[in-house]
Design a protein around this ligand. Structure first.
Ligand code: TIU
Length: 230
């Protein structure tokens, strides 16, 4: 057990049972011309999360611990995209429309790729999700919960984008399913800094009603001291 200095109290990480979760670090959210930009957002605001996530990935990979990446994307025929999602707002490009990185938020298109700096390596899970949460309609037929249970994973450390949308939704889904969840504070970003801060505060309030939070430095220092890279 590795003790991480966290909010609202220390987090007891169990080596090998704690997956690093990287939510939706895709070109469609992080680069100009994708889904995030189409919604009117300043995509440069997500950049600061990249280096902390890369450092966490290196630490997990050095120890052979499980890593799970997600991608928010839809089938080319949009059969898994509810009209209520596609028709929301008045973006210049909607889900499925052709854009500079291919069809927006469609599996297999360049925009749906995870950014090169954080590309998955062999053996890591890549979970495509049509919704905000990573448990909703993923990993057919048995679902993500069964897959995590099969791998003996009981703890999830969350990183990625955006804090108050897909990271928070996935963390809440996971909390309800019994996982010990920690969000890494500098390894997640939002297009709205105030929403990021509010999300971290509401997750850790009330004794950790949704889970824990900690800076990447605290996570990395704790595991470096307790579990030297092999
Ligand atoms: N718009 C926004 O902040 N986020 C999303 O649409 N998806 C994710 O958070 N991945």
């Amino acid at each position: 057990m590795i003790r991480i200095a966290a909010r609202p109290c220390d987090y007891a990480l169990e080596p090998g049972r704690a997956a690093l979760v990287v939510i939706d670090m895709q070109r469609d959210f992080i680069e100009p011309g994708g889904f995030g930009a189409s919604l009117g957002n300043d995509v440069t605001r997500l950049q600061p999360a990249i280096a902390p996530i890369a450092a966490l990935l290196a630490a997990w990979r050095a120890r052979g611990w499980p890593v799970l990446h997600t991608r928010e994307c839809h089938r080319p025929d949009l059969s898994d995209c509810p009209p209520a999602k596609r028709e929301r707002g008045r973006p210049p490009l909607r889900i499925g429309d052709p854009g500079p990185m291919g069809r927006v938020l469609i599996a297999g298109e360049p925009g749906a790729d995870i950014i090169a700096a954080l590309a998955p390596v062999a053996g890591e899970w890549v979970v495509d999700k049509p919704g905000k949460g990573m448990f909703w309609a993923t990993c057919p037929p048995a679902g993500l919960q069964a897959r995590l249970q099969g791998a003996g994973i009981t703890q999830l450390l969350f990183t990625g984008v955006t804090t108050e949308v897909c990271v928070q939704t996935s963390m809440r889904e996971a909390n309800d399913r019994g996982y010990d969840c920690l969000v890494v504070e500098d390894a997640t970003e939002s297009y709205f800094p105030e929403y990021k801060q509010a999300t971290l505060a509401m997750i850790t309030a009330q004794g950790g009603i949704v889970g824990w939070s900690a800076p990447s430095a605290a996570v990395l220092a704790a595991i470096a001291a307790a579990a030297p890279a092999g």
